[in-house]
Write a protein that binds this ligand. Sequence first.
Ligand code: ATP
Length: 882
Amino acid sequence: MYFYQKSVEETLVELKSSRHGISLEEARRRLAENGPNELQEKKRKPLIAMFLEQFSDFMILVLLAAAVISGLIGEFSDTVAIMVIVVLNAALGFTQEYRAEKAMEALKNMAAVRAAVLRDGVPLVIPASELVPGDLVLIDAGMVVPADLRVLESVRLTVEEAALTGEAAPMEKNIDRLPDAALPLGDRKNMLYKGTFATYGRGRGIVTATGMNTELGRIATMIQAGEEAKTPLQKRLAHFGQHIAIAILFICAAIFFMGLLRGESAVNIFLVAVSLAVAAIPEALPAVVTIALALGARKMVNRNALVRKLPAVEALGSVTYICTDKTGTLTLNKMTVEELFVDGALLRNEKSNNLSNLQSLFFTALALSNDASKDNKGHCLGDPTEAALLTAAHERGFEKQVLERIHPRVAEVPFDSARKLMTTIHDRAGSGGQDSGSSLKGNYVSFTKGALEALLETTDKLLTSEGPKPVDRESILLIHDRMAAEGLRVIGIAMRVWDRIPDANPPIVESNLTLLGLAGMLDPPREEAKQAVAECRAAGITPVMITGDHPLTARVIARRVGILEVDDPGAVITGKELEAMPRDEFEQRVESIRVYARVAPEQKLKIVRALQDKGHFVAMTGDGVNDAPALKRADIGVAMGITGTDVAKEASSMILLDDNFATIVKAVREGRKIYDNIRKVVKYLLSSNSGEIWTLCLAPFLGLPIPLQPIHILWINLVTDGLPALALSLEPEEGDVMNRPPRSPQESIFARGLGGYTVWVGLLMAVVTLSVQAWAIHIGDAHWQTMVFTTLCLLELGNVMAIRSERESLFTQGILSNKALLFTVGATIALQLMTVYVPALNPVFRTQPLSAFELLIAFVLSSIVFFSVELEKLIQRLQKTA
Ligand code: ATP
């Protein structure tokens, strides 16, 4: 028998559970027995495979073959040196890749889904992977169903099951048993399935299956997790790498044949050509990007930005619009009731003991029509709007718990942001069918509260001390506007009495209501929001507010945080106006709009589309189920970590752990820095490779012998290029990161002078190196090759110091501001000197000790590149200020 054929009681018995859930002890036991509630993923690559993969590059294999050949012909020191360098190279690549993978894994674990359960009757939030059969799970709108569940309770709980059944229309769930033995998944109305999600209402269910035993687990083999999406930069670099590889192979072939023609030893010239190919082909560039992005993402968590999709890190630097929610993002989401309108008077929210009957009824309504609760320490739990109202009532002695005993809730219509209303229905038997404030009689009472415009549409009377009177909408709206103009969120509350429990259907219960009063709540802006908005402006990013709140409230808050600079009436628009506006007209206006008020989440999609059509790169925040399409469509979907639903999180590429707008701006700053640093690493590696190629290519044309030995080339590639490049990715941000416009997402890697730099700096290095070679040979210096080797190495170190900033001089930037780089440069110089001066290393590196004068020449000449680049930057700065 299937669980859907059983009654709730039978299910509880079979699963040895109860309406309080199972005990912690039992949960632990069952977890050990059943294993974690996880789908088996593809097997991870074993570490050894990851290490061996480092050797799988074609050019490395050729090099290894060449090493073996030189061994066979008796050049053992070459063989050993090449082997050592190749292994070191692999070890370096492996550690980097391993660190990046660990970083991504840690991020994935942080973003994992959590589940709310009852254990021993106590509500707990646990990682969804720890669920066991028999666990009692609480489900709310927006949550992903974490395991297969038999429904125990459903308050209009509605679930979208497209992932399993293909049926996109959400289905309402209930608890009734279904006797039919062969029901398809889509008809099992009393079951919830892992991987589907609740779109509306709330409920409880008992876990019937976890992990691979769930319906999702059964089909899990069909939904193998896809490959991580490549970032645009990774794609471009991979593409570029292929082209450059072919070019370099041609160059190396040319060097080989020219060497042969000039009568060089075939083995040696072959090794030179292969070493150059290994050194110059930038096959590691895409990996450099992945590692920099992954480690950057790992760091961003410390600043409360949790990246779910790696391409987002890179994309952050291109954002031109940030569309943000108001509540909780720009504001603290800590609401307090400031003003009340009840019994014909507008009053500040101050404690007073003599409440009129009508005021008492008003506070009773606030307490009862409320989903927040107080814990035993007196802290409010639940939605801040609800909590504020609960507190206001509580402070005057209207305690929800006490009142609920007299007027138990018998039915409800949950809040949703499209209706902007919620309703609760209560039994009045406990008070003899009447309450203190109203003369209205009936066995049941419903309270409806929400946005005033929505409420007024269903309200025809106002309750006064003389009883209900026809409501004067104009004057109520005037009072509302006065409160909203102070930045308050205004909620109206209304009631209706019934003889029988009404159908909990909005058109029925939310009709012919009688207004009780208004409550205005203040939600102060976050202190850091204003600064963050200003930072956006300076960085060429336009912040836009999208809120469900009233336009007046939204406008005031937007002014306070600086999103609205001037009181331009055209800059604020409501959801209704947006709805009515044709697409063309909206696209014309979209760039001048700063505040969208009373917007339904579905409309966010229209806003993203219009901005993207205008060529903008949009970051969009969201928290609810209905935000998911806009989050997916945005260039960077940003979900709220605290208030966000699972659905919003799964649709997003980044999660704000603190829900704070300022965190988005910090993430943009970090993203720009990471991109800058990737660019610097690419610039360094390419210009260094270019220097090596030019040197080896041009030498024969100048009638010079091969300037470098294979081991020199490999050494320069591994040590001189590799180590400083690592440290370059730790470069602190440049002074102007947030004072320049966003980078175009289409920008090529060679943009902003990088291509030209690679060519001219490479050429300059070759000129210096070959001059040293020509001069040394000319004066009959026997150490010329060691001088060439040392000069080229030092030239590259000068290059890395100059590359640290794209615009600033090293001296204003501060030589000490990247200590890791300074350390690697020092270490590289020391290593280089060891290859020259440690006698045991001389035969391995084919070097001879240099005299002090020779070393001085190498040092002095190698500073040429550094000073030339600094000069170029100086000229650019002067041109800019002129
Ligand atoms: P933002 O979009 O700025 O984050 P929000 O998401 O809080 O705002 P909604 O939750 O959609 O906006 O609320 C829109 C309106 O619905 C509010 O302005 C308020 O009038 C009303 N409202 C909000 N919460 C409740 C509630 N718990 N009960 C009744 N009405 C509510």
